[in-house]
Design a protein around this ligand. Structure first.
Ligand SMILES: Cc1cc2nc3c(=O)[nH]c(=O)nc-3n(C[C@H](O)[C@H](O)[C@H](O)COP(=O)(O)O)c2cc1C
Length: 166
């Protein structure tokens, strides 16, 4: 559980490459996520091509950390595999969070970059990555070994809790 509490967004990276086994573990963790009716609408694009990083930075205004990232993983949904309509974002978000927690477990720094529902980012990535019409990009996770350390944040707030009724 400590990975959940210690995870922070890491936006500075060393140049150390991420081994393939680590990438496999992050993808396995992502695909272990729950999904509505177990529909598993997710698809993942693993990117190590710096020219594609440049393309993402052009259509996403808050993705500068990709300049130094070793890898990026794009979490997408294949909308034709959505049997429980309206849940794909929640399914892909669960997969993304699992991926971040596994990255933390492996000592890899990561940050979630939101794509959906920003139209210009969605359209930019669709074109850049040649996504079929039915495939919707939801998030990019930027990855690299950390070159910054952050304290765990404590966001627990008992005032947000309600029992039985509001
Ligand atoms: C849906 C979503 C979209 C996000 N988009 C961005 C982004 O575009 N760029 C960025 O640097 N961080 C992004 N973040 C990371 C948040 O800024 C970060 O999680 C938040 O500030 C809390 O900090 P922490 O992750 O270090 O705990 C995003 C996080 C989520 C969940």
């Amino acid at each position: 559980m400590k990975e959940i509490f210690e995870r922070r967004s890491i936006r500075k990276y060393t140049g150390k490459p991420i081994p393939k086994e680590a990438v496999d573990k992050m993808l396995k963790a992502a695909m272990a996520a729950p999904s509505a009716g177990n529909q598993q609408p997710w698809e993942f694009i693993v990117i190590d091509d710096k020219t594609i990083f440049e393309g993402i930075m052009k259509c996403h205004p808050y993705s500068y950390m990709l300049k130094e990232a070793q890898l990026a993983i794009v979490i997408c949904a294949d909308l034709e595999r959505e049997t429980h309509i309206g849940y794909w974002q929640q399914d892909c978000a669960a997969a993304t969070e699992n991926l971040l927690i596994e990255a933390q477990h492996l000592g890899i720094g990561a940050v979630w970059l939101g794509i959906y529902p920003r139209k210009e980012r969605v359209n930019g990535l669709k074109e850049l990555l040649s996504l079929p019409e039915r495939v919707m990009p939801m998030a990019v996770v930027s990855l690299g070994y950390p070159a910054e350390a952050k304290e765990p944040s404590n966001r627990y707030d008992p005032l947000r809790l309600h029992f039985n009724k509001w």
